[in-house]
Design a protein around this ligand. Structure first.
Ligand code: DC
Length: 253
């Protein structure tokens, strides 16, 4: 699979991956909505010369496509067939670091932030067939390593053997506050209590989902970012990665 990655289906579960080192480690990252995973992930990936991918975009892109095509959002089989039928591509942008999702040739960065997509993406993310298909795409994207991948089940389900498993957390009030500031900065009006309620609802959906709910992997490096800037969080992860690299070098001497 090229990096201008086109995937139409080759499912090959259970394939053994090559030994990995600092040049091609897999950094998996999970955490609740609004915790800064994308910003942090991009900072880390850029510093290491890795790629970055936000897997929430895939669930959102499929939700958008389903709405476009009039697929019933409660019809799990139809959603699974749609996931299997469309052409998925992941093209590098932002200096080559970030892989953006294209569906049937269309970049959907803006469309997938639509309110209707946001509201419905948890329905799509709850369909076992969709998750199975997207997990394979995510594994295909990540198996060559040199990647930071973030989502809800990357450390527990997609790459349970990732070289680094990071769980980012922050108080819900702080996450809602950050989202509020972001919206204000982009000129949008928003009521703080509504943002907090929406955030609580998203947490419930992620944590209470029957299939692959958000969980801390037992061996995850947990970072609480409530009182840290996102640059400080990225620095902590980078230090963790560099420490592993130093230990490796020492043990090889
Ligand atoms: O991170 P986000 O809000 O853009 O994610 C969109 C939806 O996809 C949300 O309902 C959580 C879900 N998701 C998931 O179930 N598993 C992932 N690995 C990433 C996102």
């Amino acid at each position: 699979m090229s990096l201008d990655v086109e995937t139409n289906g080759a499912m090959h579960e259970g394939k053994k991956s090559k030994p990995r080192g600092p040049k091609n480690w897999i950094i998996a990252m999970d955490g609740p909505a609004g915790v800064g995973k994308s910003t942090v992930g991009q900072l880390v990936a850029k510093k290491l010369g890795y790629h970055f991918i936000n897997t929430g975009e895939m669930y959102r892109a499929l939700t958008w496509k389903a709405i476009q095509e009039g697929v019933e959002l409660t019809d799990g089989d139809a959603l699974t067939r749609l996931a299997e039928r469309v052409k998925w591509e992941f093209r590098p942008t932002e200096g080559g670091t970030t892989l953006k999702t294209y569906i049937d040739g269309e970049g959907v960065t803006i469309q997938i932030r639509d309110e209707k997509v946001s509201r419905n993406s948890s329905l799509v993310a709850g369909v076992p067939g969709v998750r199975k298909y997207l997990r394979q795409l995510q594994r295909d994207l990540g198996e060559a390593g040199a990647i930071v991948m973030e989502g809800r089940d990357i450390t527990t389900n997609v790459f349970p053997d990732a070289d680094f498993k990071i769980y980012l957390d922050a108080d819900i009030t702080e996450r809602a506050e950050r989202r509020y500031r972001q919206l204000r900065q982009s000129g949008k009006d928003a009521a703080q209590h509504e943002i907090l309620e929406a955030m609580a609802a998203r947490d419930r959906q992620d944590l209470e989902r029957k299939i692959n709910p958000l969980r801390q992997a037992e061996d995850a490096f947990v970072i609480d970012s409530t009182h840290l800037s996102l640059h400080e969080v990225a620095d902590k992860i980078l230090e963790h990665v560099r420490e592993r690299k130093r230990r490796r070098q020492r043990s090889r001497k």
